[in-house]
Design a protein around this ligand. Structure first.
Ligand code: BT5
Length: 322
């Protein structure tokens, strides 16, 4: 018997118990097989209530981000079509890179419960402790010129921010290029890594790190002041597989829009959702620190800054100092 079909059935009837007979009719298996599978699910951490004679009711999911748990919530067509779950990895970026080299399909994702070498941009590290967050990488193969790669970074921020807003009492804001913040604290970060030849992008690996269930006191050191989790604002623990499904849904719809109609709608949505534009900022680039008012993003996804002398400088990558 396919365990997913049993889970899907229990999911669809979470408001009432489903009898063993009903399950066995629906899935065309014996009642003993149903009972065995229920036991198997319980072993995997699903809490299933068995009311005498009335049947089974799914009460609680395990807090796992395994393939099966994610698939239960998925409503996408392409993104998440292949899911690689590992309990502990160095970095999910590495898992997707290996798959990309072996010809992995667009939409493939790698998810881990813990990363021991989670990384941010420019060699920085990303704290990815077990159980508490979503550490996920997505493989894309967009057919666009390499100079458009920053557009995908901004697209990722829009898709992620929009999905996370569904779990929070107040909207998030994007800090250029791709930090998702609430009350100026970092809730999520995005790392976009690209492989390209002269005129076309081969693969883009989008890494997303989202703080989900950390409680007060779980962020230490520099993160104590800078980081936040969804739980801290929503007040209760959240289901990580459900959030993953929401992110992929939002991502798929923005990605389809981008591939069909170009960057226009993404640019508008990003500009609406950022708290960077209009502010006086200092951006550290690899060569210098640029100071001025953040004006807008260009059609290629770079940031335009108007300096105090009135001149305008375009910044392609860098870090805005707080
Ligand atoms: C980022 O870099 O924000 C990109 C983070 C991407 C993480 C994902 S997780 C899945 C995939 N696998 C990986 O190995 N990485 C990706 P950046 O803008 O450079 O920000 C890094 C800075 O954020 C650090 O220097 C810290 O100050 C801060 N930071 C580290 N861990 C954090 C956390 N859990 N929450 C909030 N801030 C954090």
């Amino acid at each position: 018997m396919n365990k997913n079909r049993l889970l899907q059935l229990l999911m669809a009837h979470r408001d009432r118990p489903v009898s063993g007979q009903e399950i066995s009719d629906e899935l065309q298996v014996s009642r003993t097989a149903v009972w065995k599978q229920i036991e198997e699910l319980r072993k995997n951490g699903y809490e299933i209530e068995a009311a005498s004679r009335r049947g089974y009711r799914l009460v609680r999911f395990p807090d796992r981000v395994g393939t099966e748990e994610i698939m239960l919530h998925l409503t996408t067509e392409r993104l998440g079509c292949s899911i690689i779950y590992n309990d502990t990895v160095t970095s999910t970026q590495e898992i997707v890179r290996e798959q990309a080299e072996k010809g992995g399909v667009e939409g493939l994702i790698a998810v881990a419960n813990e990363q021991v070498e989670g990384r941010g941009r420019l060699g920085r590290s990303w704290q990815s402790s077990p159980e508490q967050g979503i550490w996920m990488s997505l493989l894309l193969r967009p057919q666009v010129p390499p100079r458009y790669a920053p557009q995908l970074t901004l697209l990722s921020a829009v898709a992620l921010a929009e999905a996370l807003d569904g779990y929070l009492p107040e909207p998030t804001a994007i800090k250029w290029p791709n930090d998702i913040r609430i009350h100026k604290r970092k809730l999520a970060g995005i790392l976009t890594e690209m492989q390209a030849d002269m005129d076309e992008v081969q693969t883009v690996i989008v890494g997303m790190g989202i703080n989900v269930n950390q409680a007060d006191g779980d962020f230490t050191g520099e993160l104590a002041e800078k980081a936040a989790s969804i739980r801290q604002y929503a007040g209760v623990r959240q289901s990580r597989p459900q959030i993953i499904a929401s992110i992929l849904k939002s991502y798929e719809s923005w990605y389809n829009e981008y591939l069909t109609n170009g960057f226009g709608a993404v640019k508008a949505a990003w500009s609406n959702k950022t708290d960077t534009l209009g502010s006086f900022i200092q951006v550290e680039t690899s060569r210098q620190t640029v100071e001025g008012t953040a004006l807008c993003i260009t059609d290629e996804g770079a940031l335009q800054v108007q300096k105090t002398d009135g001149s305008i400088q375009t910044v392609h990558s860098g870090e805005i100092l707080d």
